[in-house]
Design a protein. Structure first.
Length: 245
């Protein structure tokens, strides 16, 4: 575990005070880029656009599906400007859902995720996912990958709910887990997660392997980095606090 560029919020809370951990989903717990690329390219093809390379799509992930569609169309140039955005999003959603209904999805937990969640659960830490992915899809995916044995709560995108980087989803998760923001820790892979955590006054730790809208996650101004979710239990036990000897 490595200290981030600044860690005053983390030090103020103290690792021992953490009673709940809020995880981002795409790029933090799960590698979902291949499925997102497949659904996006299928939808683009229906409007004679694309395809976009998987590496390009990874750089577009973040802030939810509407932003993904907007960024994809920008990559398509003049042809993208003439596309039917609402139809494209509708078809993306249909293709993505079909992948999961047919169990043809490629999404998998990143290395260390299962070990980390299991160890955190054994410590009695309350675990939640806070994601900009639609609520139902996030719940179904976590269930199919058998991660709901540790994840107590999922706060995803749905009508009437703000999305990260707004703090509302994080604060809602804290309220439902019955913990104060000062007793929670956000774990993510993007500037969106950092901004949401700062706005909610929640300490934030990042992983260096995620998507971060195409930027290097290792540049994020979080409180600390962990190389994998498996390193979180040691962090919470106080053995790897930023600034600790």
């Amino acid at each position: 575990m490595n200290a981030g560029p600044s860690a005053p919020g983390y030090r103020a809370a103290g690792a021992a005070a953490v009673r709940a951990v809020l995880f981002d989903l795409d790029g933090t717990l799960l590698d979902t880029a291949a499925d997102i690329a497949a659904a996006l390219n299928a939808a683009l093809a229906e409007q004679r656009l694309g395809p976009l390379a998987p590496a390009e799509v990874r750089a577009l992930i973040g802030r939810g599906v509407p932003t993904l569609i907007e960024r994809a169309l920008a990559r398509c140039g003049a042809a993208g400007a003439r596309a039917d955005r609402a139809r494209l999003q509708q078809r993306y959603d249909a293709h993505y859902e079909r992948l999961h209904e047919d169990n043809g999805f490629a999404a998998r937990p990143f290395p260390g995720v299962v070990q980390g969640l299991s160890a955190l659960g054994a410590l009695g830490v309350r675990l939640a996912v806070v994601t900009n992915k639609p609520q139902r899809l996030a719940v179904e995916l976590l269930a199919k990958l058998e991660l709901t044995r540790w994840i107590r709560l999922v706060v995803g995108a749905q009508d009437g709910r703000e999305r990260k980087p707004h703090p509302q989803p994080l604060l809602l998760a804290c309220a439902r887990l019955q913990v104060l923001p000062a007793q929670a820790l956000m774990v993510g892979d993007s500037q969106v997660d950092v901004l949401a955590a700062r706005a909610a006054r929640i300490a934030v730790v990042c992983v260096p392997y995620g998507y971060n809208e195409g930027a290097d996650p290792r540049t994020l101004a979080c409180d600390a980095f962990v190389d994998s979710i498996a390193a979180l239990p040691a962090l919470l036990a106080g053995r790897s606090r930023p600034g600790a000897p």
